[in-house]
Design a binder for this molecule. Structure first.
Ligand SMILES: Nc1ncnc2c1ncn2[C@@H]1O[C@H](COP(=O)(O)OP(=O)(O)OP(=O)(O)O)[C@@H](O)[C@H]1O
Ligand SMILES: [Mg+2]
Length: 481
């Protein structure tokens, strides 16, 4: 029989263990453990020196988007500690049914890396009207950990954000309004496969895009801004906008749709362009409409031309796309190497009609095809949009669809002087350059139609421009640079 004091001693030890156990359960159940942990961290923070690093949304000097800010934002939104925080915003994600977390103003987000504790603050400054004036993230790191973990931590943020971006298939389309970009999810289903175009031309465009996105070193070496510009022109409903959507999907790039009628002045245009991010398509639709007397009052031609020339100092790749229905009026202003690739989108011919019938009706051959061919050969034509619409509404009966196309062609089809294959006869600007100069000298054609300011600028640019546009002319098999 052990002595009494030993029994008492054991009983006290057992009671203490039980008490600790009960307190732990209590703390966990009531979440008081977090409060205790916060106290411990608070004390720990007070006895260590810290360093702070600010990651602003815009680069101070250039006002361009700070790519590291975007990466940090992606990284922080993926941290589990955001879920554990006391307060955070819930916003709908890619799918409206998805709810994602987003940090609130001045919210602190904790992180750990290689045993070190770090914290980020989502700093948002607002103006008098409560509009966001500037955003930044503030990193707080203990001085003792700084040398050891800072570089690997930034590398870790790069890796994680790259991974998130890669997995995140969500593309966005940005539209400008009141000097700001506003974006929505872009989920247009167009692809190069769904567009009826000459396969050889599609191949050339794909190759051109792939070569461009891999050419950072080359562009830097030759001292050119890493950008490529395309002019898509042709009648309405021939697939220009669908082609832009297909390009965005092919490259996995966001679209910045510059609505020039919403741009207040040159500075506004400049600021908007600086706020575009890399890996994006910058699109100006219906450029011909904006190069008119009326619009020139708000944006000067020189600002527009500088924009087209890519004078802005982009660090990363941008692709610019301009569309227009008729380029005759401003043809000369576009020619001197300002736009790298000109692609013509023509009305339908029989080949493209067959392409549409195959994709919309699943019909490769049909007894009505010879009749359709005859109509096209007579020079009558319609836009792919008009023909595809008729096929779409009559898709349950290919015969009915073809008959409706035939009667539409016979009834309202337009005569085209020379029928060209759909989007296969792309026009390069290079062969036209000399003839433009001649027109200028002779004082014919373009002088009467091109605004004076454009002509003046063109005169200057003609002297300094030596860029050769890409030829996607059907007659030329090679892509010239
Ligand atoms: N080449 C094509 N292949 C397949 N479908 C096409 C093609 N061209 C046009 N379409 C159909 O016509 C519709 C309208 O085309 P889209 O808006 O791209 O024409 P657009 O050239 O941009 O016209 P606009 O000059 O009026 O803006 C598309 O949604 C698509 O369904
Ligand atoms: Mg369009």
């Amino acid at each position: 029989m052990p002595p009494m004091w030993v029994v008492n001693y054991l009983l006290i030890c057992l009671s203490i263990i039980c008490l600790i156990f009960l307190v732990r359960i209590f703390l966990h159940r009531t979440a008081l453990i977090y409060v205790v942990r916060k106290w411990v961290e608070w004390v720990d923070d007070r006895v260590h020196l810290h360093h702070h690093f600010k990651v602003p949304e815009l680069n101070d000097s250039t006002q361009q988007e700070n790519q590291f800010y975007r990466r940090v934002s992606l990284y922080l939104n993926s941290l589990p500690s955001l879920e554990d925080s006391d307060f955070t915003n819930l916003v709908s994600g890619k799918n409206p049914n998805n709810i994602v977390l987003s940090p609130d103003d001045d919210q602190v987000i904790h992180d750990t890396f290689l045993g070190a504790r770090l914290s980020w603050v989502n700093k948002i400054q607002r103006d008098d009207k409560n509009q966001i004036a500037s955003r930044s993230f503030l990193l707080r790191i203990m001085k003792k950990d700084k040398r050891r973990i800072l570089q690997p931590y930034f590398q870790h943020i790069h890796t994680v954000s790259d991974d998130i971006e890669h997995r995140r298939k969500e593309l966005r389309i940005y539209n400008n309004s009141n000097g700001k970009w506003k974006s929505v999810v872009f989920n247009h289903p167009a692809s190069f496969d769904s567009l009826v175009m000459d396969p050889a031309l599609k191949g050339k465009i794909r190759l051109d895009l792939e070569t461009f996105i891999k050419s950072k070193e080359y562009y830097h070496k030759i001292g050119r801004v890493w950008r490529r510009s395309y002019l898509l022109y042709g009648p309405s409903g021939t697939g220009k906008s669908s082609f832009i959507a297909a390009m965005a999907n092919f490259l996995n790039y966001n679209i910045y749709n510059v609505n020039l009628s919403q741009v207040v002045d040159d500075a506004d245009l400049h600021a908007l362009l600086l706020r575009t991010s890399c890996k994006s398509l910058i699109v100006v639709e219906d450029l011909d409409l904006h190069v008119s007397e009326k619009s020139r009052k708000r944006i000067t031609s020189s600002a527009l031309l500088n924009f087209m020339d890519g004078i802005l100092n982009f660090d990363d790749e941008r692709i610019m796309i301009f569309t227009m229905n008729v380029k005759d009026g401003i043809d000369s202003a576009l020619r001197p190497g300002r736009i790298d690739v000109h692609i013509y989108f023509p009305m339908c011919d029989f080949n493209s009609f067959k392409g549409l019938a195959s994709s919309y009706l699943g019909v490769k051959e049909h007894k009505l095809f010879p009749q359709v061919e005859e109509i096209f050969q007579s020079g009558t034509t319609m836009s792919p949009a008009e023909i595809s619409e008729l096929m779409l509404v009559n898709r349950s009966s290919p015969s009915r669809a073809l008959k409706s196309v035939i009667s539409a062609l016979q009834g309202s089809g337009r005569k085209s002087g020379k029928v060209v294959p759909l989007a296969s006869d792309t026009v390069a600007s290079s062969p036209a350059l000399p003839s433009m100069a001649e027109e200028d000298d002779n004082g014919t054609g373009w002088k009467d139609t091109v605004p004076k300011e454009f002509r003046k600028l063109y005169g200057l640019l003609r002297l300094k421009s030596s860029k050769k546009p890409l030829s996607l002319d059907h007659d030329s098999d090679t892509i010239q640079r």
